[in-house]
Design a protein around this ligand. Sequence first.
Ligand code: NAD
Length: 569
Amino acid sequence: VGAPSEQWREYQGSPTGTDIECEGWRQEAALRMLNNNLDPEVAEKPEDLVVYGGTGRAARSWDAYDGILEELRELGDDETLLVQSGKPVGVFETHETAPRVLIANSNLVGKWDNWEHFHELESRGLIMYGQMTAGSWAYIGTQGIIQGTFETLAELARQHYPDTDGLEGKIVATGGLGGMGGAQPLAVTMNGGVCIAAEVDEERIDRRIETGYCMEKTDDLDEAIRRAEEAAAAGERYSVGVHVNAADMLEGMLEREFVPDVVTDQTSAHDELEGYYPSGYTVAEADDLRETDPAEYREEALATMERHVRAILDLQDAGSVAFEYGNNIRGQVRDHRDMDHAFDYPGFVPAYIRPLFCRGKGPFRWVALSGNPEDIHRTDQAVKELFPGKDALHRWIDLARDQVQFQGLPSRVCWLGYQSEDDEDGLTERARFALRINDLVADGEIEAPVVVTRDHLDAGSVASPNRETEAMKDGSDAVADWPILNALLNTAAGADIVSVHDGGGVGIGNAIHANNHVVLDGTDLAAEKARRVFTTDPGMGVIRHADAGYQEAIEEATASGVTIPMEDD
Ligand code: NAD
């Protein structure tokens, strides 16, 4: 990727305040979001342009990063910049309501859509891994995933421990304390439980401790289990990062006949070369092997993954609640190690999230471009005022305010969907929220514009047969027309940045997904865009799941007046 850009060194994160260097706030928002993705506080390895999730990058090279900034500074209010796998490739005259930036990352034609071909193109500088929010400039650090992890574990607790207060007294064993996985210990303790998390890279554990996501660390599994059991017995919240390979840790638990209540994993298993560490090597030794013998590295990593999945299945047999947390570890060992029963434990979407998707509910996030935390606190208050009956949402906002540190630009995440309990104004939940924020910006109660964006993991924006669309009712798991229609519709509705990616959390060839940003600058134009985008975007979730035959989605469509042609067929 070349040597880090001088501009990036000078920025050290996103510019803040109300002075802008671009022609308008929409272009400025893109410039700030890109730099926020690469803020050393936010990104995992910013000097390599790596934001999170294995090698998820924000730009293809440092030259391309400089090129994007240059174009954004000059971009007019009626122009659109095209970014192809992290490189600026064209600027066209469009119109004011059109997106300012359109992005396509990592997409390959079906027959060539695999890691081998991707790595070949990457080594020739022709493509970039965009992950999900890395290449679409919507990453906000570990705070971005925390609510999703919190809600998933809360739903698990409701389903499996109906008589318990959340995860109180329960022990969750997992692996991976990277950009996303680092949210796990805090999400467990926010639910009242105890977390033991394996991580091979000690610096990552330290980073999670420094930022309040994890409480302690140890090299000693016996000590971790002892402390976890003591905390669970006392009903106390506790988390510990264990400096060990996750496969070794789970096998160690089986040897000790210690069965955690819940077992999952968020190592970057979707990428066997650059995301997952094989057992028997230190991080430095493995990094050397990757350089000198990538084929051997892959073999070693996949062999460890097989042991890892086997240990998860054995723990499930011994009584743990097991689920895959979206890193495609089951798909990896099924496809490369012929382990047919890898899918004998479920993915988190069918297990805990799909009913929300049917109603158009998904995680969306907003970012204060001012850099002023007070702006987010004002939005927290606005969410609570707008949705007075939603107790879980209020609890989340209060917990987030107390326990989630801001990283980079102050941001917040929450799950809202299509219909509101009180829909007398005909607005979706997300649109009502965005319009309120736009008013607060117009009134000067919020200092500078706010960007509303979301994860690619949303109700109607992703096709991913091993994750978001695993085991769809009608078998349409691999149909990728839906995310493409989602991106086209976001563009038609006037989102300010729209992107389509291949790969993401499950690796090249395993998913297609789309993202959008809307800049709320207090203008009527922003209100018009917000009203449209935050209706069409969650609406895609409703129609996608109704089309697949989910009754909840059909009911949502009927209740909310979402038009579904041929619905009686
Ligand atoms: P990351 O690359 O930032 O972090 C992965 C971490 O795992 C690193 O710290 C690495 O040192 C550690 N690791 C790798 N192999 C290990 C092993 N064998 N034992 C112990 N530690 C090991 O990635 P991330 O952003 O945290 O994402 C992790 C995975 O979760 C990815 O596959 C990602 O696609 C997936 N993901 C899931 C969701 C979701 O919603 N469930 C969201 C985002 C990402």
